[in-house]
Design a protein around this ligand. Structure first.
Ligand SMILES: *[C@@H]1O[C@H](CO)[C@@H](O)[C@H](O)[C@H]1NC(C)=O
Ligand SMILES: *[C@@H]1O[C@H](CO)[C@@H](O)[C@H](O)[C@H]1NC(C)=O
Ligand SMILES: *[C@@H]1O[C@H](CO)[C@@H](O)[C@H](O)[C@H]1NC(C)=O
Ligand SMILES: *[C@@H]1O[C@H](CO)[C@@H](O)[C@H](O)[C@H]1NC(C)=O
Length: 295
């Protein structure tokens, strides 16, 4: 009898909590729209901003303090250039190693119906010189974070940091390789893809600033150690042009989407679980017991 009571009590509790959850859900679906994706379209004063819309794609994990600076800065910077834009933060929420390239592939997929070009954008690199041009790159990919002006990377084939492509250009390359778990090299492989596609990659020129005042670089190496481990045959496998993986086969689960605003900057935050193909990339997991060190 006693256990029967417990059972009934437990069921009531369960019922009550599911009612609470559905009430909460109902309330959240009634709250006003703050996605602002369509906001600019309806505003007359934006009619002179042209027909293109830029998706700022920020591959992300555990960089909230940097995002707090990045989002208001880039929003303001692009508004001054009259660039219609939406900021997409692609937050990797699985337990695998960080995969910047796959997150950008996912960002492209999740933004392509609303935007016709993308910027792959590091969260820790803020453009300072207003002459850095974020317009629709109709002549070919535009590498904003040129090695001539980047605070840190100066090799001539560097295409990381900030890179603009039209949706079509990105698709022609099959996006980025999904093999790059951990830090580095995915952008060099993407350079090979762009070369092969015979794209005309251009960069800012004559903008009257130098490596110290064109960008602000937020990354603090002593606080945030990079995951540079090379596991299994990762080193050999990631030195080659990958003709197998890319945009077409990136595997992920969209866990949830949140709309947040930092100062005046609206952000679409997609929480994404990447799915690893273990036979292809066994190095996608942290070595056991090494998690803290490699994060
Ligand atoms: C939010 O926007 C969507 C799509 O534009 C629309 O269908 C929905 O009714 C809007 N919700 C509110 C509360 O305005
Ligand atoms: C920016 O780039 C676009 C497209 O390449 C070009 O049409 C435009 O003139 C450029 N704007 C400036 C200020 O250089
Ligand atoms: C390459 O891009 C530059 C800068 O946008 C442009 O001036 C040039 O005409 C392009 N060249 C070709 C071959 O498309
Ligand atoms: C993993 O990659 C291999 C080699 O490309 C492929 O044959 C296999 O279908 C992939 N597995 C999954 C689950 O996608």
């Amino acid at each position: 009898m006693g256990s029967m009571k417990k059972l009934v009590g437990g069921l009531l509790l369960l019922l009550a909590s599911s009612v609470t959850i559905s009430v909460l859900l109902a309330i959240s679906s009634l709250t006003p729209n703050c996605t602002q994706v369509d906001f600019y379209k309806t505003q007359d004063r934006y009619s002179s901003w042209g027909s293109h819309r830029l998706a700022i794609i920020v591959p992300f994990r555990d960089r909230f303090d940097e995002l707090l600076q990045f989002a208001p800065h880039i929003h303001d910077f692009l508004n001054k250039q009259k660039i219609k834009h939406t900021i997409y933060v692609i937050n990797q929420v699985d337990k695998l190693r960080f995969n910047r390239a796959s997150l950008i592939n996912v960002g492209h997929i999740l933004s392509r119906k609303d935007c016709d070009y993308i910027a792959m954008h590091d969260v820790d690199l803020l453009p300072l010189n207003p002459k850095l041009n974020y317009s629709y790159p109709e002549n070919g990919p535009f590498h904003v974070a040129s090695p001539e002006y980047h605070p840190k990377y100066h090799y001539s084939t560097f295409v990381g940091g900030i890179l603009l492509l039209t949706k079509e250009q990105f698709e022609l390359c099959n996006g980025l390789s999904n093999r790059y778990w951990g830090w580095g090299l995915e952008d060099d492989e993407f350079f090979a893809r762009m070369k092969e596609a015979k794209f005309n990659i251009s960069r800012p020129q004559n903008i009257n600033s130098g490596i110290h005042n064109t960008f602000r670089h937020l990354h603090d190496r002593t606080v945030r150690r990079r995951d540079t481990a090379r596991l299994f045959n990762q080193k050999e496998a990631t030195r080659k042009r990958d003709r197998l993986t890319g945009l077409a086969d990136v595997q992920y689960e969209l866990v949830s989407t949140q709309h947040i605003t930092i100062d005046q900057a609206p952000i679409i935050l997609h929480n994404v679980k990447l799915i690893c193909n273990y036979s292809l990339t066994p190095w996608c997991e942290h070595k056991s017991g090494n998690t803290k060190k490699t994060l």
